[in-house]
Design a protein around this ligand. Structure first.
Ligand SMILES: [Zn+2]
Length: 201
């Protein structure tokens, strides 16, 4: 395989990129000016080396001041007792852009597949449970996409946390169906997110 083929193979792994687009990118890179290319490659490298993962919500952040927690989790002006369970970093960005949530977040990084064996370790629900048991978290809202995996994951999380409803007075709910079937949180508009949150049940 040539270097062109190698790079095309790598670019094909980007979300939403097929072989033809990947090939176009390769030729674009070949003709792009040097400044652009060196900035692109150093930013990609920095992104990897400078990234931090929040010890509570698992969000990627680049803040060196807030320590182990991301700026959102350490922001005391937010309601620290409420946690919104979401799938990924782009869902976080959508909720923050919409300004409809003032609590903390908890990322599971990938919904549970219907055939996945024992997902509890991967979801790291223990950290969420510890936070509930210590009294820091009193409300959990799941905000996962409306598709089979998202619904299965919602059910799984609710089932795992149900014992804490009685023992620790936990309130647990899911986004209401303002979101139509097949909805991705990442692409939902502010109004839809707001309604779905207000009508959580
Ligand atoms: Zn965080």
């Amino acid at each position: 395989m040539s270097k062109i083929d190698d790079l095309q193979e790598l670019l094909k792994k980007l979300p939403g990129i097929g072989p033809r687009q990947a090939r176009r990118f390769v030729y674009f890179f070949l003709s792009a000016d040097e400044n652009y290319m060196s900035r692109l490659s150093s930013l990609i490298n920095d992104l990897r080396s400078d990234k931090k993962i929040c010890s509570f919500c698992r969000r990627v952040h680049f803040d060196s001041i807030s320590g182990e927690l991301c700026p959102t989790c350490s922001d005391t002006s937010r309601d620290q007792s409420k946690v919104l369970v979401i799938e990924k970093n782009s869902d976080f960005e959508n909720f923050e852009r919409s300004g409809v949530w003032d609590g903390r977040y908890f990322l599971i990084l990938k919904n549970v597949g219907l055939t996945e064996d024992d997902p509890s370790a991967r979801l790291q629900l223990d950290r969420l449970k510890t936070s509930i048991e210590s009294g820091q978290t009193s409300e959990v809202v799941t905000a996962l996409s409306v598709n089979p995996d998202g619904e299965y994951t919602t059910e799984y999380i609710h089932k795992s946390l149900t014992p804490l409803v009685k023992s620790h007075n936990l309130s647990i709910s899911a986004l209401a169906r303002g979101l139509s079937t097949g909805s991705e949180i990442e692409y939902a508009d502010s109004e839809t997110l707001k309604n779905a949150l207000e009508n959580r049940k």
